[in-house]
Design a protein around this ligand. Structure first.
Ligand code: HEC
Length: 197
């Protein structure tokens, strides 16, 4: 019984201490002060266990589909490079100040797990800058991003420029010739997909 009383007392003291710490407002909440190594490891574990578990059972579609890749290229260039960079970019002003740091997906050897990447892109990650893109984008668009992420580490800056400007360039071309329907067919997309050679 004595042991139990001591335990309860210690727990109560710890809670009071924690509450006092929070109330005092001295926690270094700024993004320019890193966590303790132990906190960092605990957060990494929390994050990887949650993502692994919640991404389980997600069925991965064919990520070599040229249409998916073309859509992913366009979306990546428009929405992701400020934080995750692109071939030829070494840093951005936005990324430099972020904590945790967003991974550089164009770094050689960078690898993603498709189901987990899909989950993170769709749902985002709390208390990081990673947004939940599922609020504004459907699953198909998110798979396009996953498909493109798998190609990024092998791309040269030139190949990246081609892949991302191809979609936009073709689109502008189409707007100039609105009534030529055949120009909007599958052919430009197939061309996009072959830029990787
Ligand atoms: C405002 C900055 C920001 C933007 C914009 C952003 N991300 Fe992120 N993203 C992050 C951060 C920060 C993390 C790391 C989160 C963490 O440490 O848990 C991250 C993590 C990820 C991960 C998980 C990586 C891993 O190794 O597990 C994926 C996948 C991802 N982002 C994809 C994207 C895609 C695709 C886009 C564009 C649609 C995007 N992000 C846009 C900040 C951003």
């Amino acid at each position: 019984m004595n042991f139990l009383k001591t335990l309860v007392l210690l727990v109560a003291l710890a809670l009071v201490g924690a509450a006092a710490f929070v109330a005092a407002g001295v926690y270094p909440i700024g993004a320019d002060v890193p966590h303790w190594p132990l906190t960092e490891r605990a957060l990494a574990l929390l994050r990887s266990r949650a993502i692994e578990t919640q991404a389980r059972g997600i069925a991965v579609p064919n990520l070599d589909d040229p249409k998916l890749l073309a859509e992913g290229a366009e979306h990546y260039a428009a929405m992701c490079t400020g934080c995750h960079l692109a071939p030829g970019m070494t840093d951005s002003e936005l990324r430099a100040g972020l904590y945790p740091q967003p991974p550089n997906f164009s770094a050689p050897g960078s690898r993603i797990d498709p189901a987990q990447a899909f989950w993170v892109i769709k749902h985002g990650v709390k208390l990081t800058a990673m947004p939940a893109w599922g609020k504004t984008h459907g699953d198909e668009a998110i798979w396009g991003l996953v498909a493109f992420l798998r190609r990024l580490p092998q791309m040269t800056p030139e190949q990246y420029q081609q892949a991302t400007s191809a979609a936009g360039a073709h689109e502008h071309h189409h707007h100039d010739h609105d009534d030529h329907d055949e120009a909007a067919g599958g052919e430009p997309h197939d061309a996009d997909a072959d830029h990787g050679h």
